[in-house]
Every structure is written in structure tokens, then in C-alpha cells.
Design a binder for this molecule. Structure first.
Ligand SMILES: [Zn+2]
Length: 177
């Protein structure tokens, strides 16, 4: 599958056919514009350094990623920004098969035999998202208490305005009888 952001991800393309055997090192700076390419907008800002050790061997490539930095997201409790420190690493292998399409299975990327380059952009993006915390909140005392109060007041007003949904469930049960 050809991803339409590939052109913008050009800098993440590793032309492995021209690399020397053994370890090769690459550094990337990831900021908000990287996630914009994927139309992913959860990070208000971010600054991640990604290091890749790309070990070229005769029949396969051994990729070792490590990254660290921070992402700024909105707190799930008070909606103020929280800076989330990031530090992680993962490995994958590239192998070659007699086929036309790229396949990814169990941390192994299978490329068509005639491939000479590989773009790590999407692989990194997917790994990063899966490993980013689903829910982010400030540490106990750091939430914006003013804002939480406002939100509580607002939601109480909403409950006052509308009928309690639990009544509708009870009504439904009544009608069935
Ligand atoms: Zn908060």
C-alpha cells in the first residue's frame, strides 16, 4: 500500500543498497509536523530524538530504534497541557521475499527482493502511537482546579437541563411490560 504522505516523509527513507555492511547510524528529529503528515493531532507539540542503528547484513537488515523526548497533550482531567516524557526502544528485521508487496509480521518487514530502500516513517509512527499512554493526567496536585470546578458546574447544569437518562431506561422497561 502506497501511503500518500510518503513524499513528505522523504527524509525517513533509508537507501540501504548503498550502505556499507555492518552498523550504520541515523538521527531524526520528530516534531508536530511529522504527526501532521498522518493527520494525527493529539500532540499539541512534541520534540523527539530518534536514533536508528541500521545493521546491514548479507541477507537481512537489523534495525534498532531508540527515541526520547517529550510530547505535550491535553490532560484528560482538567484539559490543561501536560508534558509527557518519552523514552523507548524497539527492534525489527527486514527480510526479502519473492513477492510484490511489503508485508509486516511479528516485527519483521518483508520487502520484495528487488527493493533498495526502506522508509521507516510509517513504522515508527505506528509503534510510537501504540506505545503512547491512552490516558494522560497531571500528577495529583498539578491539575487546574479552577477549570475542573468550572467543568463540574457545567456538567451539573447539563444534568439539570435534561432528564436523567436513567429514567428513560426505567420508562423503557415499563413500556415493555
Ligand atoms: Zn490536569
Amino acid at each position: 500500500m502506497l501511503f500518500q504522505g510518503m513524499k513528505e516523509l522523504k527524509e525517513f527513507c533509508i537507501p540501504f543498497s548503498s550502505l556499507k555492511l555492518g552498523p550504520n547510524f541515523f538521527d531524526f528529529e520528530i516534531d508536530k509536523s511529522f504527526f501532521d503528515i498522518f493527520n494525527y493531532s493529539r500532540y499539541n507539540s512534541c520534540n523527539i530524538s530518534l536514533n536508528l542503528e541500521f545493521r546491514k547484513e548479507n541477507l537481512l537488515m537489523d534495525l534498532r530504534f531508540s527515541y526520547s523526548g517529550y510530547c505535550e497533550v491535553f490532560c484528560d482531567r482538567c484539559l490543561d497541557l501536560v508534558k509527557v516524557p518519552i523514552s523507548n526502544n524497539f527492534n525489527c528485521l527486514i527480510k526479502f521475499l519473492h513477492q510484490e508487496e511489503e508485508i509486516i509480521k511479528d516485527d519483521i518487514v518483508y520487502l520484495p527482493e528487488e527493493s533498495f530502500e526502506y522508509n521507516i516513517g510509517q513504522l515508527f509512527y505506528e509503534y510510537f502511537l501504540v506505545n503512547f499512554p491512552k490516558r494522560v493526567i497531571h500528577k495529583k496536585t498539578q491539575c487546574n482546579s479552577k477549570q475542573i470546578k468550572l467543568m463540574e458546574q457545567y456538567s451539573q447544569k447539563q444534568i439539570g437541563k435534561e432528564e436523567d437518562p436513567r429514567w428513560n431506561i426505567l420508562k423503557g422497561l415499563k413500556n415493555e411490560n
